[in-house]
Ligand binder design. Structure first.
Ligand code: VGL
Ligand code: ZN
Length: 208
């Protein structure tokens, strides 16, 4: 398939901290980079996201005495996984990986920059109220179909795809151009939740 003018590729969080050697490395995360680089030129519209946290972000286990990474904590908006410190705004771990080559990308959305609220989704923060503005950007550019690739399948990719559907957009996850963290079954759950909402699933060799 060739993506139309009303489609955009959304490249989620291909940042050093989510790649091998990074603070929150996603297994085989680097495998997505050549696939994303290959398909990106097929899209007239490309949007990138960056996870972008304050150094004292409350999604970090280091901010919760007695807690360790991957424990849970009760936040005002619900249960939150606690992560190793990662993607600190402006730091090397938050930078897009140097091998990602998408010079024609038009927008970078940074998310998770409010200290007390995490944001897996590129649309809505974890309080499920605060918007990033991506919905307005897509609407004003008449983009109605998001193709999503990147890291991590079961967190930022899935939450973004689910919110896209709930906002009335078409959403297609390019499955081999994503990798997951898979915490306590989160990867299977994410695919189940995405499919229940009509998120489509394709492979990167179907693009172009
Ligand atoms: C992500 C965990 C914490 C992601 C971001 O990009 O999927 N996961 N912050
Ligand atoms: Zn994060």
């Amino acid at each position: 398939m060739a993506p139309g003018a009303d489609a955009a590729l959304l490249v989620v969080d291909v940042q050093n901290d989510f790649l091998p050697g990074g603070a929150l490395a996603v297994p085989e995360g680097d495998a997505v980079i050549p696939l994303i680089n290959r398909i990106a030129p097929r899209f007239a519209n490309v949007i990138l996201t960056q996870d972008w946290h304050t150094p004292d972000h409350l999604s970090f286990a280091s901010q919760h005495p007695g807690k360790a990474p991957f424990d849970m904590a009760a936040m005002p908006y619900g249960e939150q996984v606690l992560w190793p410190d990662h993607c600190v705004m402006g730091g090397p771990g938050a930078a897009l990986h140097a091998d990602l080559s998408i010079p024609h990308a038009q927008l970078v959305i940074r998310k998770g920059h409010h200290r007390g609220v995490d944001s897996y989704s590129a649309f809505l923060e974890a309080d499920r109220r605060t918007r990033t503005g991506l919905d307005g950007y897509l609407a004003s550019r008449n983009i109605r179909h998001l193709f999503i690739a990147g890291l991590a399948t079961d967190f930022c990719v899935a939450w973004t795809a689910i919110d896209a559907r709930q906002l009335g957009l078409e959403a297609t996850v390019i499955e081999d151009a994503c990798r997951g963290i898979d915490l306590n079954g989160s990867l299977a759950r994410a695919w189940r939740d995405m499919e229940a909402l009509g998120v489509q699933r394709i492979r990167s060799d179907m693009v172009g």
